[in-house]
Write a new protein. Structure first.
Length: 660
């Protein structure tokens, strides 16, 4: 199930489904560890007039979104049969690890009634076995703990503490869970349990006909009882209303840090731009990692989640944030990269947010011989991003600090890991993580990375480094045009595999990443006729039979393929890549119209809260694979910033982008 809302502060990350139920709670790192994952739900139920209903029942009408220009969730749930409506304002406190909910409970009936709200909890603290849950009578709250992971659940309605509570076992010895105890409107008040535990807390209030009352509810998480008790006291002293408003004001200020003109972009496009910035930031851990997605139920290839840091995806997100005016996340990301890069100068497949290695399917041996299990473009794009970072920030002191440990180390690897005959990079896995060889995209990324390394060397007066890196980049460019470009078809090959005996196996599959890589990393200028032909061929082939529009990754893409007679599902990322190319070659105002149509297309297929997926069903537009996907949001923001940059370059909108 796609996540409807994502809320976080760089240390605590919470996701909610479309019913407002908590589905993920990452702590103490964004993406690691999930203290509420594994498909478990923190259920919400209502009892009134002897009837009980979970919010997932069909009789509930639910809408959800974020508040305007703020990272607070806004969910409305109405049950006409019960005559009850719930209005949620949800957030994660930007100053502390507290998830809070302000729930306005309204009696839609003309009769006065006793209304009870039940909220269930099923955590997986450090793995579910061995967890303890108990009712703490002095603060009238629930506590779940295992080792150094402690959760406090509390709340009040009309100034009154929780009216009922219970703890029990879930998924053990035939027990469904304590949530079943709520369905008669009364909880058993079992005070403590250990093992695979769950809990329910209830709030009761009498509401006259048409009356509303506000329920405040919060979850605090920390490493000790003292820490969560201090957080609970902090809420009492500041009040939850103050914390909610303070959090909302912080995000409104953050997302409006720069006054972009958004020239001729409609409100839906602008709203998605701002939501995307906040969603990218929520996926960024305060220790530097930027994970791909908080959607823990989306299993990549059926085996693992997207809650890892891929250096490629994270670097694209970092570029987006500092171009939009926030260089601090990017700086922490580069420091993370400095800590995790290998001694040889390359990055591994992916990482956990604490810097340890993530899972991988890339082997260390191929055809009986050792190989590096890497995607070399990941190393290249990090280096390329550092160059972009310096051009925007002029942070010379930081560049000098990481030159030897990160810039030079990665550049020397990229320079040396090449075939002496062709000048091209040696084989590695492509950016789609599927095929092994020397791809056009990876070769182009390395060209751009070495040019960035040369630029940074020049800034620091390292002339010998600059000369070597420029020479290596030009040799790669020559190799791309000699071995990866087909003059007959006008296409760039997907990749080439050079055998150990000197043979060459060409994969000429049309792949949008091939012309995009050549364009994006500056191998050829946007106006080059060879590039134009390659893009035109790719657009015609990869947009065929896709009813909703958009561009597939490559011919015959089978990843979550939804329809046989298409090249594959349309991806948000690849469709925006074509828009970026159209932006770069635009010369007149009318040239930007089709670009704005792409932005509208992306906004059309976002969830109501703005969540963008990896890919879409080619006929229905239904979201497929992880959602939200940070890379999709990063490319969307990046494309709009390039749109504003180009308008300014052409003099059409001289003040479009204040960050340029």
């Amino acid at each position: 199930m796609s996540r409807a809302l994502v809320l976080g502060n760089g240390e605590m990350l919470v996701t909610l489904d479309r019913f407002g139920q908590l589905r993920d709670l990452y702590y103490p790192h964004v993406g690691l560890e999930n203290q509420a994952g594994g498909g478990r739900m923190h259920r919400i139920g209502v009892w009134v007039d002897g009837r009980f209903s979970w919010i997932t029942d069909k009789e509930w009408e639910i809408t959800y979104d974020y508040e305007i220009e703020s990272f607070l969730g806004a969910l409305e749930a109405k049950n006409r049969n019960l005559g009850i409506s719930l209005s949620f304002r949800d957030g994660v406190y930007n100053e502390a690890n507290i998830f809070f909910r302000r729930i306005e409970v309204k009696n839609e009936s003309s009769e006065g009634r006793d209304i009870r709200i039940f909220i269930g909890h099923e955590f997986t603290l450090s793995g579910k076995t061995g967890e303890t849950a108990y009712f703490e009578p002095f603060r009238h709250c629930l506590i779940h703990y295992k080792g150094n992971h402690v959760v406090l659940i509390n709340g009040e309605i009309g100034g009154m503490p929780p009216s009922d509570w219970s703890v029990g076992l879930s998924g053990f010895m035939g027990k469904e869970g304590t949530y079943k105890d709520a369905e008669d409107g009364v909880l058993s008040k079992n005070p403590i349990e250990h093992g695979p535990v769950d809990s329910v807390i209830a709030f009761s209030h009498f509401l006259s006909g048409g009356q509303s009352q506000v329920l405040h509810y919060w979850i605090a998480i920390g490493s000790s009882l003292k820490e969560v008790f201090d957080l609970d006291s902090r809420i009492a002293s500041k009040t939850l209303e103050h914390i909610l408003e303070s959090t909302g004001n912080y995000w409104r200020a953050w997302v409006n840090k720069y006054d972009f003109s958004f020239y001729k972009l409609n409100p839906n496009i602008i709203r998605l731009f701002k939501k995307s910035l906040m969603l990218i930031r929520a996926h960024a851990d305060n220790h530097g990692a930027i994970i791909a997605s908080a959607d823990s139920e989306m299993l990549q290839y059926g085996k693992d989640t997207y809650s890892y840091m891929w250096p490629r995806d994270a670097a694209r997100a970092a570029i987006t944030l500092y171009k939009a005016g926030d260089p601090f996340v990017a700086k922490r990301f580069f420091e993370f990269c400095e800590r995790t890069i290998t001694e040889q100068g390359f990055f591994m497949h992916k990482y956990l947010p604490d810097g340890s290695l993530g899972s991988s399917w890339h082997p260390w041996i191929r055809e009986g011989l050792p190989q590096l299990p890497i995607q070399e473009d990941e190393t290249a794009i990090v280096l390329y991003a550092i160059g972009k970072y310096y051009r925007h920030t002029k942070d010379l002191e930081f560049i000098e600090k990481i030159f030897t440990t990160l810039i030079e180390r990665s550049a020397e690897f990229l320079l040396s890991f090449r075939d002496t005959k062709t000048g091209l990079p040696k084989g590695s896995y492509d950016l789609w993580e599927e095929k092994y060889g020397t791809s056009t995209f990876t070769s182009s990324a390395i060209y751009g990375a070495l040019q960035s390394a040369a630029d940074l060397s020049a800034v620091l007066g390292k002339k010998k480094h600059e000369t070597r890196y420029r020479k290596g980049a030009e040799e790669i460019k020559k190799g791309i045009m000699s071995y990866l470009y087909d003059e007959g078809t006008g296409n760039f090959h997907k990749l080439v595999v050079f055998s150990r005996t000197g043979g060459r196996n060409v994969d000429s599959t049309i792949d949008i990443s091939s012309p995009y890589g050549v364009f994006n990393f500056g191998v050829l200028e946007a106006g080059d006729l060879r590039l134009k032909k390659s893009f035109d061929n790719a657009k015609a082939k990869l947009g065929a039979n896709i009813g909703i529009g958009g561009i597939a990754r490559y011919e015959g893409d089978g990843y979550y393929r939804a329809k046989d007679n298409t090249p594959g599902n349309p991806w948000i990322i690849t469709t925006l890549w074509v828009a970026e190319y159209d932006i770069a070659k635009a010369q007149t105002e009318s040239d930007f119209e089709k670009v704005r149509e792409v932005f509208s297309w992306v906004a059309r297929y976002a969830l109501p809260s703005g969540m963008l997926p990896e890919q879409l069903n080619p006929d229905t537009g239904e979201q497929i694979s992880a959602s939200p996907l940070v890379w999709s949001h990063a490319e969307y923001v990046n494309a709009i910033l390039k749109y504003l940059d180009r308008l300014e370059e052409l003099g059409i909108c001289p003040t479009c982008n204040p960050v340029v």
